[in-house]
Design a protein around this ligand. Structure first.
Ligand code: UD1
Ligand code: CA
Length: 451
């Protein structure tokens, strides 16, 4: 829980023009998670009573994404101050300070938010707390003008004098405002003459004019970079990946070459897991303890149980479940299938919509033909079964426990437990044929040379 009752407003209505995208800015992803969801996940851990997300008209996908959290619609994008006001109705009946965060600044850590909340809980706390930072390049960030009595005002870079521009302390956009003053302060904000927008940042000057104090809490640049373009999105991804790699290492995984391993925000990795180079963890991946992932693997919505060995060059697609001590080898693709304990699928194989029973072995080049152009069907491979190399298992089909299929078999009918299934014609032997054939061909070649 937060010390004082606190509600949050997340601004996400901006068009994100600089992204050059049909998709709203806050829906662009880092680590496979939309920017706004990174922020909401962190806010949730603070114990905030209610979080309202301000979105623009027609941003239905964004509303669906953040649901069941309430959204408020800013019909005209009239600036950050105007945007916060749109959340007022959705917050009526909720008491508390208002924490404003920007959807395009999503990597603020829980610890940093807590520092702000703590500052508001201190005796004689300032009415407005702004999270400031000193970026290497202050560029377009608003500048925090601090005087003898603390923070006096925030000036946008484009409205700043050259002297103000030299101020290195910048506005991250995150602000915590006393709940008993927030709406009256916002009501005082006027339209900025140059840009025609209502600036949230003007709240500071209005608070000072009303005799209230404002303060600054220091933040770190790595958490506070705003994402406005695809270049900044890519930079955020790099920072995020290095955080995830460090966390994986700290939690007891070995990454042979961390810089080549890519994580998603929700990747879960156990202890004593070894991850070889060039591995990508897409969304929804869970890796148990003591798993070995040889390099060059790709995972998405997949689960790997303890002791399993995967790769190199394996692809685990959605619904792949690899059981305890199971093996998935090179150039193997698994989709919507379960490999039970100790099952082995080691070479050049596609397993889709299937179960591979405990201890079963699937030979090189096996294909589960799961799709007939209209429907997907299931292949069930029993415990201890052995599938010969280069088999096609035409689903729906069931291979009983302990059954064997011969190499190159096309299995269209169920195979009972402990039976052998072979297909294709009987093998004929023509003795001496190969030697005669070669002699004939050689003679023909000699004849051609002479003529
Ligand atoms: C804003 C701050 C600036 C600060 C910077 C930090 C203001 C006036 N300026 O500038 O001081 O240094 O963030 O990154 O607040 N939004 C709406 N509705 C609007 C306008 C914006 O919801 O009408 C949302 C955007 O989606 C975005 C956030 O508010 O998530 C910030 O807007 P943006 O236009 O990116 O502000 P900056 O120019 O970056
Ligand atoms: Ca911005």
């Amino acid at each position: 829980m937060t010390d004082r009752p606190t509600v949050a407003v997340v601004l996400a209505a901006g068009l994100g023009t600089r992204m050059k995208s049909a998709k709203p800015k806050v829906m662009h992803e880092v680590g496979g998670r939309a920017l706004v969801m990174h922020l909401l996940t962190t806010l949730e851990s603070l114990g905030i009573a209610r979080t309202v997300v301000v979105i623009g008209p027609g941003m239905d996908d964004a509303a669906a994404l953040v649901a069941p959290r309430p959204t408020a619609i800013q019909t005209e994008r009239l600036g950050t101050g105007h945007a916060v006001l749109q959340a007022k109705d959705a917050l009526s009946g909720f008491k508390g300070d208002v924490l404003v965060a920007y959807g395009d600044t999503p990597f603020v850590t829980e610890a940093t938010f807590r520092k702000m909340l703590a500052a508001r809980s201190a005796p004689n706390a300032a009415a407005v707390i702004v999270l400031g930072f000193e970026p290497a390049d202050p560029g377009n960030y608003g500048r925090l003008i601090v005087g003898a009595k603390g923070l006096e005002r925030i000036v946008e870079a484009k409205d700043a004098t050259s002297e103000e521009r030299r101020v290195r302390l910048c506005n991250s956009g995150i602000m915590l405002i006393d709940g008993s003053h927030v709406w009256s302060l916002l009501a005082k904000v006027d339209r900025n003459t140059a840009k025609g927008e209502y600036y949230l940042t003007d709240v500071v000057a209005h608070a000072r004019a009303a005799g209230l104090t404002c303060g600054v809490v220091d933040g770190e640049e790595g958490e506070l970079l705003g994402i406005n373009s695809r270049v900044e999105l890519a930079e955020a991804e790099i920072l995020f990946q290095s955080r995830m790699r460090r966390a994986a290492l700290e939690n007891g995984a070995t990454l042979t070459d961390p810089a080549t391993v890519y994580f998603s925000a929700d990747t879960k990795i156990g202890r004593d897991v070894e991850v070889g180079p060039f591995t990508v963890f897409g969304r929804g991946v869970e890796i148990g303890d003591d798993v070995t992932i040889k390099g060059f693997c790709h995972f998405e919505n997949a689960r790997v149980s303890s002791g399993a060995v995967v790769g190199p060059y394996a692809r685990l697609r959605p619904g792949a479940v690899v059981g305890v001590d199971a093996h998935v080898g090179n150039f193997v693709e698994i989709k919507n299938s379960t490999l039970e304990k100790g099952a082995k699928v080691n070479h050049l194989t596609y397993v889709g919509d299937a179960r591979v029973g405990e201890g079963a072995n699937v030979g090189a080049g096996t294909i589960t033909a799961n799709y007939d152009g209209f429907n997907k069907s299931f292949t069930d491979i029993g415990k201890g079964a052995s599938i010969g190399s280069n088999s096609v298992l035409v689903a729906p089909v069931k291979i009983g426990d302990g059954a064997i299929t011969g190499a190159g078999a096309i299995v269209r009918k169920d195979v009972p437990a402990d039976a052998l299934a072979v297909s294709g014609g009987k093998q004929d032997i023509i003795a001496g044929f190969a030697a005669k054939y070669r002699a004939k061909k050689k003679a023909e070649k000699e004849a051609r040379k002479k003529s």
